[in-house]
Design a protein around this ligand. Structure first.
Ligand code: ADP
Ligand code: MG
Length: 674
């Protein structure tokens, strides 16, 4: 005779106490191979496992009888039945599909999966299966690309049918069913309380469920709205912790430190202001105000100036330079390429030299790097513009008070720090033309103050962007030649440098040969790409800047910062092969003067995403809208700086969907730290 008491002891013995810190290997059925595979999902411990939140849910609480299903139902339906036939169907081109039919006691229905013909093999006749999807038609009623689940008839079917079912992000050879089973077992086996990570008052304020309840509801909700509340709680928690981390590190590094107090009403700044030949835009004026009040204050300046290509950041930076020099400090301005360094040097010289400011250029290829370094060390040189040469050991300053970093995402944290350490707590200003959506900016740059220049100088005509079909190509070259005859210049950009065996897209070497001896034979043309030596590139870019080259053939290497107001035509070949932000940067190489500029996008986009990118680009020139769209298309992981910021590790929060919570979490975290 076995008593109930005994039975309980037995279950307890077979379901050991599971601890959050245990490896997932303690779970039944999780052998070494699965332990290894789970690491792809960043899961090693039980804690990781239960914090692997569903990406979605299927409401399978009602399983429909097949006979009750009608075409055109607006909701997803779940049916369960036995497979009666299954085959792969080849279609036009290389497409195929799997077509499966199942039946229950009331009728039959088909299901198809486009492009996934291989699935047909898994649906053997006689297997029991659960399908959830939209109802469409294909030779009768047909579920379109439904989620599927094979039923085994054992106890875990209860986790997978007849309820709201979690859908997880998967990895190779790990199925929904496995994750559901393991997560359920883990939640069942945990005997300790899961630590509450949100402060009591915030829990109360938002009426969030405590972690223990929420974690059950987020995985296996009783009702959909409970799942939503639980999810919201964890999204908020994640964003709150992220913001707290950023704000804390900022507090430790900046807010507690005393920095330089610059003079902001000195003679150089005054004279510089008087010398500017045009009116600053409101965006520029605001940025200048932000900079100068930072510089005047004892709190160290850590400011990022964000503004679209051509909005006039260089001129804004000049104000800060003049102010620093007024107080007897030196300024170092670091840029990513020699060409940009020279370009800045020319612009800055034009404004600052007449005021008696001694300005120098320091790059790997400088003729007089020794002399420049000597003057910097002695303090007789006030402003230096340069590349990585600035951070070499041999470069030192007498009194470095302001560090400016252009195209800041091009430099690593370590490189920026090295320059910073060449002074004693210098103020730091960074510039970027990469428009990052606000939602990302407040987190990626959470430790920086942000000034946004959101307008272009007046008189610029918006760039016209046109998609060019093959039939229109000759007309496009005619147009280019006419522009050239008027004295304007053009860029032609291809995705590749040379022919590739794996990618069927235009390479610039071949394209150049073809056109330079063909349609553009009358013009002066030149080829520039990233595999050339930097001296060669410099010679070509200088010739282009001087107007000696009419058409420059290149790759995306020219995307950064080249300023040639005389260029009015940008042709991008196989445009679908470039990212959206990249296309926007490339397009930004034209439209920098007063003449009307065109951007032509050539080549049929091969994927749906490529088509969308081209449509977005053609529809707007606003860098911020483009960045938002890019974020939607690619996700945050692709943005500069996102990886370092911890944003790409988010488990549940989604920066597009959860903007409101992100902003709320930031406010709360700021408040909480006080
Ligand atoms: P960014 O670095 O932001 O891409 P630049 O500083 O190179 O832009 O400026 C682009 C061009 O616009 C330069 O030729 C500059 O002289 C000009 N510019 C800047 N500000 C103004 C303004 N307020 N009005 C007219 N032109 C301006
Ligand atoms: Mg610039």
């Amino acid at each position: 005779m076995r008593s109930r008491y005994n039975a309980r002891i037995m279950t307890q013995a077979t379901t050991p106490h599971i601890q959050l810190t245990d490896s997932v290997a303690v779970l039944d059925g999780v052998g070494p191979a699965y332990v290894e595979r789970l690491t792809n999902l960043n899961i090693t411990t039980i804690h990781d496992l239960i914090y692997h939140f569903p990406r979605d849910y299927d409401d399978r609480s009602t399983i429909r009888s097949i006979a009750t299903i009608e075409e055109g139902s607006s909701e997803k339906v779940t049916v369960s039945g036995e497979v009666t036939s299954s085959r792969m169907i080849r279609m036009r081109g290389r497409m195929n599909m799997a077509l499966v039919e199942i039946q229950d006691d009331t009728g039959k229905i088909k299901a198809n999966w486009f492009g996934r013909g291989f699935l047909a093999n898994s649906f053997q006749v006689g297997k029991r299966v659960l399908l959830t999807g939209d109802v469409g038609a294909y030779k009768g009623l047909c579920l379109k690309n439904p989620e599927y689940e094979f039923l085994t008839g054992d106890a875990d079917d209860q986790l997978n049918t007849g309820r709201i079912v979690p859908i997880y992000r998967l990895t190779d050879k790990i199925s929904q069913r496995m994750l559901r089973k393991w997560i359920a077992a883990a939640l069942e086996g945990i005997r300790e309380t899961i630590e509450e990570r949100l402060p009591e008052e915030l829990l109360k304020h938002y009426k969030f469920p405590p972690t223990d309840t929420a974690i059950h509801q987020v995985h296996f909700p009783d009702f959909m709205d409970k799942a939503h509340t639980a999810r919201e709680r964890f999204v908020y928690e994640e964003l709150f912790e992220l913001q707290l981390r950023i704000l804390k590190s900022r507090r430790d590094s900046v807010d507690k430190t005393k920095g330089l107090q610059h003079t902001v009403d000195g003679p150089h700044l005054g004279a510089f202001r008087d010398s500017i030949p045009f009116e600053l835009t409101q965006g520029q004026l605001n940025a200048v105000d932000d900079l100068l009040s930072d510089m005047a204050s004892a709190r160290p300046m850590r400011r990022l100036i964000q503004g679209d290509v051509g909005c006039g950041k260089t001129l804004v930076a000049c104000h800060a330079m003049a102010a620093a020099v007024d107080g007897g400090y030196q300024v170092a301005c670091m840029v990513p390429t020699e060409v940009l360094a020279e370009q800045h040097y020319r612009t800055l010289s034009q404004y600052l030299k007449p005021l008696g400011i001694n300005i120098g250029l320091l790059t790997g290829g400088s003729d007089d790097s020794k002399g420049v370094r000597k003057e910097l060390a002695e303090g007789s040189m006030h402003v230096v513009v340069g590349t990585h040469a600035l951070i070499q050991d041999s470069t030192s300053f007498e009194k470095l008070g302001l560090v400016i970093i252009d195209e800041q995402h091009r430099f690593g944290v370590e490189q920026r720090m090295t320059l910073f350490r060449k002074g004693e707590m210098p103020d730091v200003m960074q510039m970027t033309a990469t428009p990052i959506p606000r939602t990302l900016a407040i987190t990626v740059y959470g430790g920086l103050d942000l000034s946004l220049i959101d307008e272009l100088p007046p008189g610029r005509q918006p760039i016209k962007t046109l998609y060019i079909t093959p039939a229109k190509i000759p007309g496009m070259y005619d147009y280019l030649c006419k522009e050239a005859a008027k004295g304007y210049q053009a860029y032609i950009i291809c995705p590749l440098v040379e022919e590739s065996e794996t990618r069927d897209v235009k390479n610039v070497t071949h394209h150049y040969e073809e056109l330079a001896h063909g349609a553009l034979g009358e013009l002066s043309t030149e080829l520039l790409h990233g595999r050339m030596k930097s001296e060669e590139k410099d010679v070509i870019l200088r010739a282009f800047a001087d107007g000696d080259i009419q058409v420059l053939f290149s790759t995306s290497v020219i995307e950064v910062g080249i300023d040639c107001p005389n260029a009015t035509t940008m042709i991008i070949e196989d445009a679908g092969n470039f990212g959206l932000t990249q296309l926007h940067q490339l397009r930004g190489r034209v439209g920098r003067g007063e003449a009307l500029s065109h951007c032509f996008l050539v080549g049929k986009p091969k994927t749906k995403e490529a088509k969308q990118r081209i449509e977005v680009l053609a529809s707007t020139t606003d860098g911020f809208i483009i960045a938002e769209e890019d974020l939607k298309l690619r996700g945050p992981g692709e943005f500069y700086g996102v990886r370092q910021s911890g944003l790409s590790d988010l488990r549940i929060a989604d920066l597009i969907r959860d903007v409101r919570l992100l902003e709320q979490a930031r406010k709360d975290a700021t408040e909480y730290l006080k």
